[in-house]
Write a protein that binds this ligand. Structure first.
Ligand code: ADP
Length: 363
């Protein structure tokens, strides 16, 4: 069991700072996901937790002990990588037993642990096989098994599912969570896939450019992104953004563009006439309306249909407005054609507001 604290972590490679002042608390037995685009610093942060990289600044704590000077072998962690890292000349059983034998555990104890773990992962019939005689999904299970058989305090996973096909990835996500529930370890899981992050994380850390943008539960990140980067990275299809400026009309503030009318009556935000604001609306919050009905909506946006993607039960309709692009989820029975001019309505409470210059959410 371990809680992990990162305090003001910096990492420099020569003159380049790749992690900027990263602070994070991971609770005991939490499943924490680090997500962000390629190059955002996720793997570097994971390797720092593992002890495979030294920090250039800041401190790493396991429970209340600073582990900055503790070697990887003494940190009570186990890692699972994208490329499995199994020993090809050893059976599945020996791959799983290897670390335990090195720690000189009794043979009967090793056997009990390997069999219990194999049962948990449904790989008992494979114990005598070599890695090359396994499918990708089976290899990934063995790699997981080899990590959890050691009963570590911390379980670190770096893109463990990226070599698997889409169907198997979905199945293995559920398996990894099942395994995590069955053990006491704290888990830190790196992925560039926001769907994986949303479906797996107790909490998620969103990273970009070596910085932590936001830490929160999947619901918090989806409903209350702190900035435009998090808003656009979390959720698929992406949130759409339209640039507006604020106008005072009689006693009310309205956001206007030639394409949109947004009534801010009930929003508790400090805006002045003339401010530039970016609005963000998620695809499921837009409803296709006739122009007449749109008059009574809090928010109405006009645009031209660029692309219609058919997804079975619904369409994704991509619309260009003169302030930016929006995507809407439209039920299949509502027919929409490319080049058509359409009006979408949304409720004011579903509109996210961002400072157009800094990208910070306005609340
Ligand atoms: P991610 O896991 O999010 O894709 P990484 O942590 O691998 O990102 O990399 C973050 C940044 O650090 C990248 O710009 C990468 O090029 C740089 N980087 C990673 N490892 C090294 C290294 N050993 N030497 C120099 N730069 C590195």
């Amino acid at each position: 069991m371990a809680k992990i604290s990162l305090r003001n972590i910096e990492k420099r490679y020569d003159a380049t700072l790749v992690l900027h002042d990263c602070s994070l608390d991971i609770a005991d037995h939490e499943f924490m996901v680090l997500v962000g685009p390629s190059g955002s610093g996720k793997t570097t942060l994971l390797r720092i937790i593992a002890g495979l990289e030294r920090v250039s600044g800041g401190e790493v704590f396991f429970d209340d002990a600073c582990v900055n000077d503790v070697d990887v072998g003494d940190r009570d962690i186990a890692m699972v990588f994208q490329n499995y890292g199994l020993y090809p000349h050893m059976s599945v059983y020996d791959n799983m037993a290897f670390g335990l034998r090195r720690r000189k555990l009794a043979t009967a104890d090793i056997d009990a642990r390997v069999r219990r773990t194999a049962q948990l992962l449904d790989i008992e019939p494979l114990l005598a096989r070599r890695p090359r005689q396994l499918s990708g999904g089976q290899r990934q299970r063995v790699a997981l098994g080899r990590a959890i058989v050691r009963d570590p305090a911390v379980f670190l996973l770096d893109e463990p599912l990226s070599n698997l096909d889409a169907h198997l990835r979905v199945q293995m996500r559920a398996e990894i969570l099942k395994v995590h529930r069955a053990v006491t370890a704290t888990a830190v899981y790196v992925t560039h896939d926001q769907v994986e992050a949303l479906t797996m994380g107790d909490r998620i850390v969103v990273m970009n450019g070596g910085r932590i943008h936001q830490v929160g539960t999947p619901g918090e990140l989806y409903d209350r992104p702190v900035d435009r980067f998090v808003a656009s990275f979390i959720g698929t299809p992406q949130m759409g953004f339209v640039e507006c400026h604020v106008e005072r009309i009689a006693d009310r503030l309205e956001l206007t563009t030639p394409a949109a009318r947004i009534d801010l009556v009930d929003r508790d935000v400090q805006l002045q006439s003339g401010n530039r604001v970016t609005i963000g609306i998620r695809p499921e919050c837009l409803a296709l309306l006739s122009d007449a009905d749109a008059q009574s909506a809090d928010v109405a946006v006009r645009g031209t249909v660029q692309v219609v993607e058919m997804l079975g039960a619904e369409h994704y309709v991509h619309v260009a407005t003169d302030g930016g692009a929006l995507t809407a989820r439209v039920p299949r029975h509502q027919s929409v054609k490319v080049d058509e001019t359409v009006t979408f309505a949304a409720s004011a409470r579903d509109v996210h507001l961002f400072d157009a210059d800094t990208g910070r959410a306005l609340r």
